[in-house]
Design a protein around this ligand. Structure first.
Ligand code: PEP
Ligand code: MN
Length: 465
């Protein structure tokens, strides 16, 4: 779904992409240790599902993936900023027009805040249209003395706590493909069909409850309006503003699914994982010799790796060697998720090791996953102050080392939920009782997302002074 970030249309590669053909090394991951995979209940259903997925059309095109790599190279170079956001776990049931549009609108709003504040192009990317597989710390879940398999995301099993729903059903992979396709279709319509037009900057705010971040956004939107009206009176052509680039991403966890959607691009002759533009390897599956690292080392997509507080400089260098041996600009993104308490202590040695080696990666902060706590009334949550503090720490570390803090990775929604504590119009734990909707990790709601946008815009702007 691409045109340039400056909004000039770019022709998509229309080259044919063959089915999940053989390619040297593409199946080597099968010989390696692999974590976090399902145990499918019916091997015949699995075989049939994989056979079907292998011949279905690609969800994204190789040409778009190549454009994204170029954009990320810009960000690694300090000339753009990546905004990646969406659910912890998408669900089939929530793939509705209202929810998808609210999320896209919120990402567009955050991106306007960032662009305006930081005067940098923002690469917009959803944890959307495929974020269906979840790693879990425990295989099982026990409720009132009953133990069942843990929920591993809608692509594997259902959230409902019954033996039928929690069985691992391979037919769900087809439903995940179809839900990704319809989500992506709507995103493409929104971002190419006029909904993302910067001249609608006010309308994106409509329908959200009034709060301090909302009001601040309104005032910024007025400034943008004034600037646009002025430019229009001067005869500027705003046709290009109707379309924006928007990329899809998810954690590449379920390797059978990712492999089945991998196609050899006839234009370049390389394998592309066509389930999304960008794929990342999670904190639990990033071992150097793991199946996940091996598989993703062999596809052309830009790749991310989550790095938690136990990561050493050596780990980072070995990952670079394996995933980006040719040091290709835009190929590799490190998404650090250290926790507010650790970031200032742990991040510097990683950044130094990478910089000293001469390699260049895109550094992105995920201020969510190192800051998960349980609220006194028993909900998985995050304190907005901790999340903000990790973002601040990320900027401080890069500032002191002279490297570029190139992106933000957040779990957020466009809805008015209550899952993270705090914010300018504070959410308290009582609100969880009625407005906690996530089936996995807690997300920033619309207001908290905007507030985060303002904080990051401020930090970026300050950096440039
Ligand atoms: C996630 O992004 O939802 C996730 C599980 O992250 P991590 O791998 O960093 O724990
Ligand atoms: Mn999560």
């Amino acid at each position: 779904m691409s045109n340039s970030s400056q909004n000039a249309p770019v022709a998509l590669s229309s080259t044919a992409q063959s089915g999940a053909a053989d390619y040297p090394g593409l199946d080597d991951w099968r010989q390696r240790p692999i974590a976090q995979q399902p145990t499918w209940s019916d091997p015949e259903v699995f075989k049939k599902s994989i056979a079907e997925l292998s011949v279905l059309p690609p969800l994204v095109f190789a040409g778009e993936v190549d454009i994204l790599r170029d954009r990320l190279a810009q960000a690694a170079d300090g000339k753009a900023f990546l905004l990646q956001g969406g659910d912890c776990a998408e669900t089939f049931g929530d793939a509705t027009a209202d929810k998808i549009s609210a999320r896209v609108r919120t990402i567009l709003q955050m991106s306007v805040v960032l662009t305006y504040g930081a005067a940098l192009p923002v690469i917009k990317m959803g944890r959307m249209a495929g974020q269906f597989a979840k790693p879990r710390s425990s295989n099982d879940e026990t409720r009132d003395g009953v133990t069942l398999p843990a929920f591993r995301g809608d692509i594997v099993n259902g959230y409902e706590f019954t033996p039928e729903s929690r069985a691992h059903d391979a037919a769900r992979m087809l439903k995940a493909y179809n839900t990704s396709a319809s989500t992506l279709n709507l995103i493409r319509a929104f971002t190419q069909g006029g909904f993302a037009d910067l001249r609608l900057v006010h309308q994106w705010n409509k329908g959200f409850t009034s709060n301090p971040a909302h009001a601040r956004y309104e005032s910024l939107a007025k400034d943008i309006d004034r600037a646009i009206t002025f430019m229009q009176s001067c005869g500027a052509d705003f046709e290009a503003l109707k379309r924006v680039e928007f990329f899809a991403s998810h954690e590449a966890l379920l390797l059978d699914y990712e492999r089945a959607l991998t196609r050899i691009d006839s234009r370049t002759g390389f394998p592309y994982d066509t389930s999304a533009h960008f794929l990342w390897i999670g904190e639990r599956t990033r071992d150097l010799d793991s199946a996940h690292v091996d598989f993703l080392s062999r596809v052309r997509n830009p790749i991310g790796v989550k790095l938690g507080p136990t990561t050493t400089g050596d780990d980072a260098l070995r990952l670079i060697e394996k995933l980006d041996p040719n040091r290709e600009p835009g190929r590799l993104t490190f998404i650090t998720r250290m926790g507010a308490k650790n970031i200032r202590e742990k991040l510097p040695s990683l950044v130094k090791a990478v910089t000293d080696s001469g390699a260049k990666v895109l550094w992105v902060t995920d201020p969510m996953h190192g800051n998960t706590v349980t609220s006194p009334n028993g909900y998985k949550t995050r304190n907005f102050d901790d999340v903000m503090d990790e973002v601040r720490g990320f900027f401080e570390v890069h500032q002191s080392l002279g490297t570029f803090p190139g992106g933000l990775h957040v779990e957020m929604t466009g809805d008015d939920v209550a899952e993270c504590l705090g914010g300018a119009d504070p959410i308290d734990q009582e609100a969880f009782l009625t407005k906690y909707e996530s089936v996995c990790d807690p997300r920033l709601n619309h207001m908290q997302s905007l507030e985060m946008g303002f904080l990051v815009a401020g930090a970026l702007a300050q950096r440039q002074q």
